[in-house]
Design a protein around this ligand. Structure first.
Ligand SMILES: O=C(O)c1cc(C(=O)O)oc(=O)c1
Length: 311
């Protein structure tokens, strides 16, 4: 893959660029697999980063994303608006439009968004909005504003993607459970995997999914959640052992409501940048059967993002 650039922007100090030489995965993903969580960054010279951003990344273009898709053996992508672009969805929408129908997207919008703008995004392939509650990534948006957005996007058949940390779930519970759409949780709600998988923190997340059938989860980002590794680098086939019990439990209990994504280009990693090929090799550890793998990688994302193609 070509190397990342930074254009006119200065990257956040200590920024880790995405990995340019990913391995060819050993695990062969099923035909039609969807990378259901990834981002584009800029390029900043064409799509400037938002003034309110909390970090400035290296560029990560649609061309580089689609080269990775092909290299890893995936058929499609879901491009999720990255917080460094705020509510300016142009880079993400441009990626969708030039994907030849192989990418759908999740936007970030403000209350001021017009119906015409929502319709234009729908026509480009947007199928959801993202609400972010991770304080290091965004400023606070009042919940009444978010609820108003959720009610408006419901009529396009869109869903809401939520990103939060596990410690904040109790406080956010009433808001999340009142959302009128399908709700997709990013990265399993970021459990602390040094706590027991049977402990109260993860039990609350499972209760959230068990009691609310509209709630889905991405079982992504072991590289963010792992405390003890080993890291997906240098051919490691047994990476992120400490995350496996958590992700596997969600896949096995809710096989029809889980999604998987690379999270490329992996914003804000501080410790290491994973080899995306080895991240794909993590999948069979959390979805051990061919049936679970097909649901996770094909059937579920197709039902949510390309429902018109599902009989
Ligand atoms: O944990 C993160 O830093 C992170 C950031 C973003 C974003 O900036 O949009 O998206 C993610 O999925 C994860």
């Amino acid at each position: 893959m070509s190397k990342p650039t930074t254009g006119d922007f200065t990257k956040t100090a200590g920024w880790m660029d995405w990995y340019t030489g990913p391995a060819k995965p050993t695990f062969k993903v099923p035909a039609g697999a969807v990378d259901a969580h990834c981002h584009v960054f800029g390029p900043g010279a064409e799509f400037p980063y938002a003034p309110e951003r909390k970090y400035t990344p290296c560029d990560a273009s649609k061309h580089q994303l689609y080269a990775l898709r092909d290299h890893l053996g995936f058929a499609r992508n879901v491009v999720v608006q990255a917080t460094c672009h705020g509510a300016d969805n142009r880079a993400m929408v441009d990626a969708l439009v030039s994907s030849g129908g192989k990418a759908r997207g999740v936007a970030t919008v403000k209350r001021s968004v017009s119906d015409a703008e929502l319709q234009a995004m729908h026509d480009a392939g947007v199928r959801g909005v993202r609400f972010n509650f991770v304080k290091r990534l965004v400023d606070f948006t009042p919940k009444d504003e978010l609820m108003e957005i959720a009610s408006r996007i419901a009529k396009w058949g869109w869903h809401v993607v939520i990103y939060f940390e596990a410690v904040d779930l109790p406080e956010l519970w009433d808001f999340f459970t009142a959302l009128p759409t399908t709700v997709v949780v990013d990265h399993m709600g970021r459990p602390d995997v040094s706590l027991p998988v049977d402990g109260p923190q993860f039990a609350l997340f499972q209760k959230f999914m068990r009691e609310h059938k509209n709630v889905w989860s991405k079982v992504s980002c072991p590289e963010r959640l792992s405390v003890t590794g080993p890291k997906a680098l240098n051919g490691e086939q047994n990476a992120y052992q400490d995350v496996i019990p958590f992700a596997k439990r969600i896949v096995e209990e809710f096989p029809d409501r889980v999604l998987w994504g690379t999270d490329w280009p992996h914003p804000n990693l501080k410790d290491h940048m994973p080899d995306d090929g080895l991240l794909v090799d993590f999948i069979p550890h959390i979805a051990p059967t061919a049936e679970l793998q097909k649901k996770l990688l094909v059937d579920n994302p197709m039902r949510l993002y390309w429902p018109e193609e599902v009989a």
